[in-house]
Ligand binder design. Structure first.
Ligand SMILES: C[S@@+](CC[C@H](N)C(=O)[O-])C[C@H]1O[C@@H](n2cnc3c(N)ncnc32)[C@H](O)[C@@H]1O
Length: 378
């Protein structure tokens, strides 16, 4: 059985390290043929195969590491088959393969959407036009053949076709609650015209990834206070202000005048490592200071453990290589220190599309915020 993941180009080895680590914890082993800068990873697990039953893939997936646990993965798919086209009638060949598979194994789920995909690389992007064009007849024919639901919906499995060129593709499936709903696992966001910096998209993506709209509404609202360490020129503060949160923006740099004019931002020209919140405690601590990741995580731990902040979103800058090896002990340490102190906590981390060489960590320790977060299922 093959697990297929997408990641940022150049991060394949880190993702492999992470997948091996997560699988080993469950007593599972596999191997991958790494292709540097391919933006994808196929992890073969010879021990596993989907049984010949209707819920086979869902059952199988319960044993596998969830996408949410994997910092460097943008998407997680389970491979079904590879297909090298013999004719120009690619749609019919795909249909035949799926029909045969269905008759032979009886384990394919009913598909509720279909995606035609390619690697997020310069080469891969050359397939974008082809994939877009191909998706329409494919969708129609799959529906006609009863292999795809009449209306697309999120409750079922999706069929993914991954094209490296127009002569071959890999067929794979994704399962509800354990996949990215975005094309190629990439959450594309529109840069707000009035935002002070492109960095604003990092915080927006983090909030949208880690929270459903309902969770977001519960966790960010008028009357809440936040501290933004390394705030300038104000992209992260801008996102908090959009959600009506009052922000203490801390940085020696220059903050955007329009942001100050909202009346929701207080600017403090101070060192983020020494700053103390104005009113003793804040709902949110956010931090985008470019610093040693261990130094930043220790600062975050200090604020959270000592009750200065109820929740935090922060970036950990990654080294040039062995990035998983650096990030993993930091996340393990955060997990054990915060769980020891608070019992139940939420800690999530992801290498976001809008991040470059950094990962974003999302933490909630306060019981009220936790119950608001857990009450609204994502
Ligand atoms: C990547 S930028 C932050 C961008 C910001 N999040 C935005 O969206 O506009 C990093 C900022 O951290 C600030 N910084 C770095 N070290 C700092 C420190 N010790 N105390 C306060 N600010 C610091 C820098 O001045 C810089 O403005």
């Amino acid at each position: 059985m093959d697990l297929i993941f997408y990641c940022r180009s150049g991060y394949e080895a880190d993702l492999l390290g992470e997948v091996e680590h997560a699988c080993a914890k469950q007593g599972l082993y596999g191997y991958a043929k790494l292709t540097k800068n391919s933006a994808e990873l196929t992890f073969t697990m010879p021990q596993l195969s989907a049984a010949n039953t209707p819920n086979a893939y869902t059952e199988l997936n319960k044993k596998l590491p969830a996408l949410e646990q994997l910092v460097f993965a943008r998407q997680k798919l389970i491979g079904i088959s590879e297909l090298r086209f013999e004719t120009n009638d690619r749609v019919s060949e795909i249909l035949t393969l799926l029909e045969n598979h269905k008759n032979e194994y009886a384990n394919l789920p009913a598909f509720t959407d279909v995606f035609t995909e390619y690697a997020d690389t310069e080469n891969g992007k050359q397939m974008a036009k082809f994939c877009k064009k191909f998706a329409v007849p494919l969708r129609n024919q799959l529906r006609k053949a009863g292999l795809l639901s009449k209306q697309a919906h999120k409750k079922g499995a999706y069929l993914h076709l991954i094209f490296s060129d127009s002569t071959k593709c890999t067929l794979a499936i994704s399962l509800p609650h354990d996949r990215s709903e975005h094309h190629l696992g990439i959450q594309r966001l529109k840069m707000p015209n009035e935002a002070p910096s492109r960095s604003t998209l990092k915080l927006e993506e983090a909030i949208k990834l880690f929270c459903s709209p309902q969770q977001e509404a519960e966790l960010f609202s008028a009357g809440m206070r936040a501290v933004d360490l390394g705030a300038c020129p104000g992209g992260w503060s801008y996102q908090l202000v959009q959600r009506k949160v009052t922000v203490e923006a801390v940085d020696h740099g220059e903050i955007q005048a329009e942001l100050m004019a909202t009346g929701l931002v207080e600017y403090y020209s101070e060192d983020g490592f020494l700053y103390q919140p104005q009113q003793g405690n804040v709902d949110w601590l956010v931090c985008d200071m470019i610093e040693q990741p261990t130094r930043v995580s220790e600062l975050m731990l200090h604020w959270l453990v000592s009750g200065l902040a109820n929740a935090a979103i922060f970036n950990l800058k990654l080294p040039m290589n062995k990035r998983f090896k650096v990030v993993q002990p930091i996340l393990d340490n955060l997990n054990s220190a915060l769980s020891d102190k608070f019992g139940h906590v939420v800690i999530k981390a992801k290498h976001l599309y809008h991040n470059r060489d950094e990962v974003t960590v999302f933490v909630i320790v306060n019981s009220q915020l936790l119950s608001a977060y857990n009450h609204q299922i994502k």
